[in-house]
Design a protein around this ligand. Structure first.
Ligand SMILES: Cc1cc2nc3c(=O)[nH]c(=O)nc-3n(C[C@H](O)[C@H](O)[C@H](O)COP(=O)(O)OP(=O)(O)OC[C@H]3O[C@@H](n4cnc5c(N)ncnc54)[C@H](O)[C@@H]3O)c2cc1C
Length: 581
């Protein structure tokens, strides 16, 4: 037996080109007996899930018409993908290999092969150890919301955190091995708890946390990217609220990270990106007494023949953003020019507007802040626009969030690009700003794509003092960013030609226009272009060299790898394999 083990070891060590992570079918892929051992170690929680849409394909063993009807309708819903072990929100990250469309081919090749359905740190440790010892590509999935495809990969073992449960509220918090306690209330959120559930439990205590608009996001990806929020202009980014984390590192060690122990890792995990440094089991974050919210919905509709009115109004609107942010306005806006995708005018109507809020102020404050914009557009383009607004006051953040939470459709092919924009760039000459807006806004009113602005930064972000003095979020957030603009392009699945055209436009035209306007800024890693040029600098600025050093120290063998992520330069994807360069 001993000799057999030795022989297996020798075969493993020499029979595959060690320059690639192993794949099923290769001699170095662990035999079933070893997978069964792993399954035993984690109490039977190893899954080998079929692609969720296989139920729609008669050639698949799970084919079932009734379930197919359910999957087809649930495909648009992010909760469905969050609750499935391998599904993610945007199907292109599985390379469209199994869609809920019987006419398309179906195979599991775009998905992980096995999943550790973890409920605790020990399960995560077992999965990491197995992947490391067997040279298997390892990924981590929380909710599967990722816009950059980092929570899915072919030929991989996935750690799925959705069932690591637990939510624990504290009146004050003493970080482990620190000699002090933090006299602020806090909550320890396990990796499997979705933001909507945290909001609900916090609201029952009349408190809240700094988190985003979608109920289905998990802390693993959200906090590691930085995490913006409708409250962040006032209180800082979500990563700025973290007091401590429990993690499992690449060596399979369960660690507590905070300002007093493993402080480099603590710094890196708050902004340096998901699935790069460790798997988060839980994070303890500051809670806040719930603020009141003054809400303001704005809709400016432009007639089809009014593209000049649209571009001028949009330019004026963007010139006023700094004043809005200084008046305490946060929020989310969208714009659709009245111009078709082919560039012709007169065919479609235009839109500029969104959902805004003021924190701990009455909604009249938002009305006042917006009145110069409304007056200007009304006065200048009376016959081209209709303007509607609705203001309302909410006693609690949760009441407001519940009314407007993000229930956007998912389940399509898309790519996103973004730019963090400093207040100063909006004071360039009007003609330059208008040219940027024109070049940087997709045309054609794509209901799933287009241009959106996120007013999620302000004094709370600029002046944040995270525990330990700093964290690794993009320094551009601190340098006067007022607007995180996001641009989304979509394409029909299985259409590589259109995909390449759309992704090219995204990177080289739309986002490039905003890069040119603010070349010294950067982009928000969680809502960014997977093809962002020089992403190391764009996502992390001057923090990158420290992040790369920490990555080498904590994961010198690249047990964790993703793209575009810190320290990933030594590897690349070759077809469905991950290989050393
Ligand atoms: C509809 C929608 C709304 C959004 N709204 C906001 C918003 O308001 N504010 C905002 O800042 N962002 C927002 N985002 C972006 C969001 O921050 C990212 O999609 C984020 O990556 C989601 O993290 P997740 O863990 O839920 O997703 P996943 O796709 O599961 O994971 C994302 C990344 O984190 C890694 N990861 C997941 N769990 C862990 C873990 N436990 N330990 C280590 N790594 C882990 C994954 O491997 C992957 O790299 C939104 C996205 C969508 C689709």
């Amino acid at each position: 037996m001993k000799h057999l083990t030795l022989l297996l070891f020798v075969v493993k060590a020499f029979s595959f080109p060690s320059s690639c992570k192993t794949t099923p079918g290769s001699p170095s892929w662990p035999p079933n007996t070893e997978w069964q051992e792993l399954n035993k170690t984690i109490s039977g929680r190893l899954l080998a899930p079929p692609p969720p849409a296989a139920v729609c394909h008669p050639d698949q063993t799970t084919f079932n018409n009734t379930t197919c009807n359910y999957v087809t309708s649930a495909w648009l819903n992010s909760t469905f993908h969050a609750d499935n072990p391998i599904s993610v929100d945007f199907e292109n990250w599985n390379n469209d290999t199994c869609l809920p469309n019987p006419a398309a081919p179906c195979s599991g090749i775009g998905y992980p092969v096995y999943v550790v359905n973890a409920t605790k740190a020990e399960d995560v440790k077992a999965g990491i150890d197995f992947a490391r010892e067997n040279n298997i590509r390892l990924i981590v999935k929380g909710s599967g919301h990722d816009y950059l495809g980092r929570s899915s990969a072919p030929n991989s073992l996935s750690i799925w955190t959705r069932h690591i449960g637990g939510l624990d509220f504290h009146d004050a918090f003493s970080p482990s091995q620190c000699n002090h306690s933090i006299k602020e209330s806090a909550v320890t959120i396990s990796a499997g708890v979705l933001i909507g559930d945290v909001y609900g439990a916090a609201a029952a205590r009349n408190i809240t946390i700094v988190a985003g608009m979608s109920p289905d996001i998990s802390i693993g990806g959200y906090l590691t990217g930085g995490g913006h929020s409708p409250l962040s202009a006032t209180y800082g980014l979500a990563a700025d609220q973290v007091l401590e984390m429990e993690v499992v590192n690449a060596q399979g060690k369960v660690l507590i990270v905070n300002e007093c122990q493993n402080s480099d890792l603590f710094w890196a995990l708050r902004g340096g990106g998901g699935s790069t440094f460790a798997v988060i089991i839980s994070a303890t974050v500051r809670t806040l007494p719930t603020p009141t919210i003054g809400s303001y919905l704005l809709a400016i509709n432009f007639t089809a023949s009014s593209s000049e009115a649209f571009w001028n109004s949009s330019t004026f609107f963007h010139q006023q953003l700094s004043k809005l942010v200084n008046a305490g306005v946060s929020g989310y806006y969208y714009q659709d020019p009245p111009v078709t995708a082919s560039g012709s005018e007169g065919g479609i109507t235009g839109f500029l507007g969104g959902l805004f809020l003021v924190v701990n102020k009455p909604s009249e404050a938002a009305i006042d802040a917006f009145s110069p914009i409304i007056e200007y557009i009304n006065r200048t383009y009376t016959n081209d626009v209709t303007i509607l607004y609705l203001n309302q006051d909410y006693d609690t953040f949760h009441d407001w969030w519940f009314q407007y939470k993000d229930s956007s459709n998912v389940g399509y092919d898309m790519a996103m690009g973004s730019r963090l924009l400093n207040a100063d760039v909006f004071s360039v000459p009007s003609s330059i700003l208008m040219e940027t807006i024109k070049a940087g806004t997709p045309l054609g009113n794509d209901p799933l794509g287009g241009f959106g602005g996120n007013l999620v930064s302000g004094p709370g972000v600029w002046n944040a003092v995270p525990r330990g003095g700093s964290n690794s979020v993009n320094p551009a957030w601190r340098n006067g960013t007022i607007n995180h603009i996001g641009i989304t392009v979509t394409w029909p699945p299985l259409n590589a030609t259109t995909r390449d055209i759309k992704q090219g436009l995204l990177t080289n035209r739309y986002v490039e226009a905003w890069r040119k306007l603010d070349p010294y800024s950067g982009a928000y890693v969680n809502e960014a272009d997977v093809n962002e040029p020089n992403y190391q600098h764009a996502f992390w600025g001057n923090n990158y060299s420290r992040l790369a050093r920490i990555k080498r120290e904590v994961d010198s063998n690249d047990v964790f790898w993703c793209h575009p992520c810190v320290g990933n330069e030594g590897w690349h994807e070759v077809g469905n394999k991950l290989c050393r360069k």
